[in-house]
Design a protein around this ligand. Sequence first.
Ligand SMILES: NC(=O)c1ccc[n+]([C@@H]2O[C@H](COP(=O)([O-])OP(=O)(O)OC[C@H]3O[C@@H](n4cnc5c(N)ncnc54)[C@H](O)[C@@H]3O)[C@@H](O)[C@H]2O)c1
Length: 258
Amino acid sequence: MDRVKGKVAIVTGAASGMGRADAVLLAQQGAQVVLTDLNEKDGMAAAKSIGENALFIRHDVTDEDNWKLVVERTLEHFGRLDILVNNAGLMTMGSVVDTDLESFRLTNAVNSEGVFLGCKHAIPAMEACGGGGSIINMSSVAALHGMSFIIAYSASKGAVAALTKSVALYCREQANGIRCNSIHPDGVKTPMVAKVMSGRDTATQEEIDAIAAAVPMCEPTDIANLVLYLASDESGFVNGAEMVIDNAATITPPTPRV
Ligand SMILES: NC(=O)c1ccc[n+]([C@@H]2O[C@H](COP(=O)([O-])OP(=O)(O)OC[C@H]3O[C@@H](n4cnc5c(N)ncnc54)[C@H](O)[C@@H]3O)[C@@H](O)[C@H]2O)c1
């Protein structure tokens, strides 16, 4: 208990899936949490379920003014900023030849530019609070090996991995005590996976469970446990790391997966 007591976190994409699980676990472990998302209905419900240590703010991570507002309101409401989980993301399907430029740009705007903007605006706020900080960027195993059928997503997550290392180095050079790490999950049982695999915009819990039964996947809480470790002072010397959480999927020989 209380592994992040006294800390204040922003979690993007917290209306659903992993972001919601991250926010819940950080709050259970003593943090005050700002949940942000485009999805107001589910984001507000998630914040309400946590209680007075949570605040929901509608937020488009591709919009720089939105980022300024989110950081300002976090400081006004909770008085400081220690943790940023850049989790919001979307996946678009398509190979290099059948992905249109608009879709490539949108995917990279959310998954990569959103992470850049988050780091850009959180770092000065964390520095002003003193006490260092932890930035956790959600990448994917798609950044570590080629995935021919999700070219835009793969490129965006590769950018997150490289950006994370550069941010970590910048913070070390500044000696500001802020760390920045990326997480690279394989399949996680969330609406995103179900939407992509079912080819529809909505997926029921039954559909998510059926897909997860066919393809090995972890739970959002498995990722949240790693987020908690990286957010806490227990990971004080972990900086610029690519934390892979994939049950050895990326080290297996290139044979069909079961
Ligand atoms: N599920 C997986 O298997 C998996 C694997 C590796 C990485 N990831 C990454 O984990 C993160 C969370 O994914 P998830 O599986 O929980 O998906 P999810 O679809 O359940 O949640 C993503 C959330 O991001 C929000 N979002 C999308 N665009 C946004 C924007 N412009 N501004 C603010 N919020 C926005 C959505 O509304 C949604 O609530 C994503 O970055 C995803 O790429 C997922």
